[in-house]
Design a protein around this ligand. Structure first.
Ligand SMILES: [Zn+2]
Length: 133
């Protein structure tokens, strides 16, 4: 059964994503020492060639790549928000509470599902058997 999603919730989710994006963009720009140009970063990520950025000595590229990955995840989350699938548990289809998304904007499961998934994964590790959800 599909519940109608409230506009209010959509607005809050949008806000969360905007804030998350702003933060990561600021982090990337601070690290680069220049404005974020996603296209140039795309190319650098693909080729591993950061020469165009004249990165300062000792810059943590792994951290930069991690932040960029988050940046891409936010873009994906915005697409899912548009499609109405953002903030919906991928397992049971229930809405993931806003409070949880504030802490973990990319949470794909609600807490009860996540707890079950983790318990299954734990059991798989112990027994070496695969359990399907
Ligand atoms: Zn769920």
């Amino acid at each position: 059964m599909k519940k109608k999603r409230s506009t209010r919730r959509q607005e809050t989710l949008q806000q969360i994503l905007h804030q998350t994006r702003e933060k990561v963009v600021t982090d990337i720009e601070k690290q680069l020492g220049q404005e974020l140009d996603p296209r140039r970063i795309d190319i650098a990520m693909d080729t591993g060639d950061w020469a165009a950025f004249e990165l300062s000595e000792g810059i943590d590229q792994r951290l930069l790549e991690m932040r960029y990955k988050t940046y891409k995840e936010i873009a994906d989350a915005f697409r899912r928000l548009e499609a109405g699938t953002y903030g919906v548990c991928e397992r049971c289809g229930e809405e993931v509470p806003v409070e949880r998304l504030k802490v973990e904007p990319f949470a794909r499961y609600c807490v009860p599902c996540l707890t079950q998934i983790e318990a299954l994964q734990e059991a798989e590790k112990e027994t070496g058997k695969l359990y399907t959800l």
